[in-house]
Design a protein around this ligand. Structure first.
Ligand code: SF4
Length: 406
């Protein structure tokens, strides 16, 4: 690192994020079955008896979190994202208790959330559930479609089929959710480019204003990991996967979607404000099994073990936050993360915001990396921002990790 933060002591000093957190993530870990590719903190199978104790623990955690890190009353919470797991699998009565509890413990109540997203799996799309969510003030549903190919859905271990996914989107649209997102996956076992493009066209024909498209990653511990090692599944080659991404991006953009983040495409106004907070390096609260938070420059990680999580938050155990990791990050790390995350966005990194957060110019801190990547045509700098050039977006991690090493 060169320039104004050149001294090692300055770079290693802890970063204290000066902004208040205005985003809240709540994790609901229950799923009917574990998908073949999933390594999230999930509890699968018959878990209904655990939903009540889990909601109690979540609300207890939020109370502790807000008393330790009180939100700024002049800049209240504004986005809530309930993800999983499968939040839509939560029993109706527990959903009611969760919404009532959030109204009570979240400073400003539910009315303060300008955007409230709930992840929904197609098999749970029932009118009564969606009406209830809408009545709570949910503004956005994110539907885990993944594919419209029934054979691929079965291979992924999904419990819904394509018809059910279409029904879920149409039901949500009919019930007036202002924003509907769907998730798709590509680079799936034996998937061809033409099969992928059929999925893309079906998604683009639906009344959604946001699509997230993720390439399959095969992580250790997942069913696919074992099957891949034993040669039971075959994945498309890397260049085929890259072409899938490029062809998807072209078609989505031709149909009025804009790539606002590497894997996320939205019609104007359909961007996820909550997820933008992560990429813009804003702080956020997080609660629930395995959830990761970022407050005042401290990164926290909750226990991924349900029984530990519940025990730590039980009223008779002198409840305590279920953190298993609390790490204060250094200024050097924070500056690198700011660049790495911000460059995922089409809006790029904002030099003025960097200076406000860190007190030094971006161009001084990253002078050699910026010069090298600009000269190579990967980055461009204009209007006080740095951007990744369109043709490098898909492979940008290869280059941008240089910022993390700076
Ligand atoms: S539904 Fe989602 S969270 Fe649950 S196992 Fe499947 S991919 Fe993982």
């Amino acid at each position: 690192m060169t320039g104004a933060t050149g001294s090692p002591s300055e770079g290693s000093a802890p970063f204290v994020h000066p902004e208040p957190a205005r985003a809240l993530y709540v994790h609901v870990p229950f799923c009917r079955a574990r998908c073949a590719f999933c390594d999230f903190p999930v509890v699968s199978g018959r878990t209904e008896h655990l939903h009540g104790p889990y909601v109690d623990a979540l609300l207890q955690e939020l109370e502790l979190l807000f008393s330790l890190f009180p939100p700024d009353p002049s800049r209240p919470l504004r986005t809530l994202y309930v993800g999983g797991g499968t939040p839509s699998f939560l029993a109706r009565a527990e959903w009611e208790r969760l919404a009532e509890g959030l109204e009570r413990v979240a400073p400003g109540g539910l009315a303060s959330f300008e955007e409230w997203t709930v992840e929904l799996n197609p098999e749970d799309a029932e009118a009564d559930l969606l009406r209830m969510l809408r009545s709570f003030g949910v503004t956005r549903v994110s539907i885990g479609v993944q594919s419209f190919d029934d054979a691929l859905l079965a291979a992924l271990g999904r419990v819904h089929d394509a018809a059910r996914a279409v029904h879920a989107v149409e039901l949500a649209a009919g019930l007036g959710f202002p924003h509907i997102s769907l998730d798709l996956m590509y680079g799936l076992p034996s998937q061809t480019i033409s099969a992928w493009l059929r999925d893309v066209e079906r998604a683009l024909d639906l009344p959604v204003d946001h699509i997230s498209a993720y390439a399959l990653g095969v992580e250790p511990g997942t069913r696919f990991f074992g099957e891949l090692r034993r040669g039971r599944i075959a994945l498309p080659e890397d260049d085929v996967v890259a072409e899938m991404y490029e062809r998807f991006a072209e078609r989505a953009q031709a149909r009025g979607f804009r790539r606002y983040e590497v894997s996320n495409f939205a019609r104007p106004g359909g961007e996820s404000r909550h997820n933008l907070a992560y990429w813009r390096y804003e702080p956020y609260y997080a609660a629930g099994l395995g959830a990761h938070g970022f407050l005042r420059g401290i990164r926290t990680a909750n226990s991924r073990h349900l029984h530990t999580y519940l025990r730590r938050l039980a009223p008779d155990s002198g409840p305590d936050l279920p953190w298993v990791e609390v790490r204060s990050i250094s200024r050097a790390e924070a500056m690198g993360e700011f660049a790495f995350l911000g460059l995922r966005l089409a809006e790029g990194v904002d030099f003025e915001r960097f200076r406000r957060l860190f007190g030094v110019p971006f161009s001084d801190v990253f002078a050699p990396t910026l010069a090298r990547l600009t000269e190579a045509g990967v980055l461009s700098v204009r209007d006080g921002r740095a951007y990744v050039e369109e043709r490098w977006v898909y492979v940008q991690n290869t280059f941008l990790s240089d910022f993390l090493l700076a």
